[in-house]
Design a protein around this ligand. Structure first.
Ligand code: SF4
Ligand code: SF4
Length: 438
């Protein structure tokens, strides 16, 4: 019986590792569709940003209560997974609680602490479900949050509740078996939370208890392995992606736009200003102005799209969204990720006759952006929806001349008069000439 369980476990572990590997390769390929961008400078600032924002969850604490609950789920997820090491060793080697004899009473303390985290995760997830489905926090119910995104969020919360329940029930049935002196059930001491559940199992036969304990053990480990694979298809990928994403975040001031050198030099030539870099060098070849599809964006923008947690903090802060415009920065990130996935899954790749701009994101959305950076400021994992919007808008303006008529008139004025008005800046005070006559 033990050997069958061992072989089954090794098989399940192998399948989960294979699926995980395939999915990681898929995501890597998706991010590599983007254009190159050097984000290797200032490594100390980057490590600091990662430690504070991803590990320390600094930006979450603008709203303390949800931040605290999120912290419990996050710490619970990370720390409880230490216990999974023991599960894996036990599963492969056919042992049971292999660390217990080595750690002695510290094992009891450690497991009680894991149980405390399990209970915290249980409570936090229950509150999150209530906030989403009963209190109905508005940012969770915007148009882009229909069907799968809502189901995904609820599924993962229910999943975590079930997993934490399984840990407590497994430990309780285990303690009942220990009390009955069952073979192989190493003494763990009284575990703080699950010991309250032991009376549920006290009157059962040893054979029934073994079936129950094994059921909860398998449920938990299959749940964890299933969760690890599922996460890579879900918005919960941010659990892992938040780390590289915050490391490679933009360190420049938020309002600084990424100008195109070729265009900047053209403007400087026009204004008679010194050029950037080597003025005698031939002008660099310009590919496309702005972005039409995902391969025109940088790899960092595509990494952003895989990191998005769909929390909607950006959309809640967006002035365009607040005033009823179609734009939602969260929807921009979701559409970018959808496009990358469709390109990778489709037989024709980027040549499928579709593009990010037009088929996934409309001009109406892009033109509604005020470039205020509120979405960038609000994002807890340093995602920059504005850089995608600006690139798409650059394409609309410079490749298609498709900006609204009022903008085109302003662009024309800047080109001919060096000012947004119909007259040159030197004529601006002509109106005051008549005052001299008074
Ligand atoms: S930069 Fe654009 S998308 Fe972001 S919050 Fe401001 S208006 Fe909304
Ligand atoms: S871009 Fe950031 S703030 Fe907006 S939904 Fe995604 S994770 Fe949340």
């Amino acid at each position: 019986m033990h050997i069958i369980q061992q072989l089954l476990f090794i098989l399940v572990l192998g399948v989960a590792a294979f699926l995980l590997f395939k999915r990681i390769q898929f995501i890597k390929k998706g991010i590599k569709l983007g254009k190159p961008l050097d984000r290797t400078d200032n490594s100390s600032a980057r490590w600091r940003s990662m430690l504070l924002v991803a590990f320390g969850q600094k930006k979450m604490f603008k709203n303390p209560l949800p931040a605290l609950l999120h912290l419990f789920v996050y710490v619970g997820f990370v720390v409880i997974n230490i216990e999974v090491f023991e599960f894996i060793i036990d599963g492969v080697a056919g042992t049971h609680r292999i660390f217990a004899p080595f750690l002695g009473s510290f094992y009891t303390v450690l497991l009680s602490f894991f149980e405390f985290l399990s209970v915290s995760v249980f409570v936090a997830c229950a509150i999150f479900l209530i906030r989403r489905n009963i209190i109905r926090v508005p940012r969770f119910h915007k148009p882009e949050m229909k069907t799968w995104p809502t189901l995904d969020a609820n599924l993962i919360l229910i999943f975590e509740i079930l997993l934490t329940s399984a840990i407590l029930l497994m430990n309780a049935s285990d303690q009942a078996l220990q009390a009955k002196g069952a073979e192989h059930y190493t003494h763990t001491g009284k575990l703080f939370f699950s010991s309250f559940l032991v009376p549920l199992f006290q009157n059962s036969q040893v054979s029934t208890l073994i079936v129950l304990e094994r059921f909860f053990w398998w449920f938990h480990i299959l749940g964890i392995l299933g969760f690890a694979v599922y996460v890579t298809y879900s918005k919960h990928l941010h659990i892992f992606m938040a780390f590289p994403n915050t490391y490679f975040a933009n360190l420049n001031p938020m309002g600084e736009m990424a100008n195109m050198d070729s265009v900047t030099n053209e403007v400087k030539l026009m204004l008679g200003l010194p050029l950037e870099g080597d003025a005698s060098a031939p002008p660099a070849e310009v590919g496309r102005f702005g972005a039409k599809d995902v391969n025109d964006l940088t790899w960092k923008s595509l990494m952003d799209s895989f990191t998005c947690t769909e929390c909607g903090r950006c959309t809640a802060e967006c002035p365009a969204n607040q005033t009823g415009k179609k734009l939602s920065p969260r929807a921009i990130m979701m559409a970018t990720r959808d496009r990358v996935e469709d390109v990778l899954k489709g037989e024709k790749g980027l040549e499928d006759g579709k593009s990010l701009l037009g088929d996934y994101i409309s001009k109406e959305e892009i033109n509604a952006c005020t470039s205020c950076n509120a979405c960038v400021e609000a994002c807890p994992v340093l995602i920059d929806p504005l850089s995608i919007i600006l690139e798409l808008r650059r394409y609309i303006s410079m490749e298609e001349s498709g900006s609204p008529a009022a903008w085109n008139a302003m662009f024309q004025n800047i080109e001919t008069n060096f000012a947004p008005w119909k007259f040159a800046p030197t004529d601006r005070f002509n109106w005051a000439e008549d005052l001299k006559k008074i």
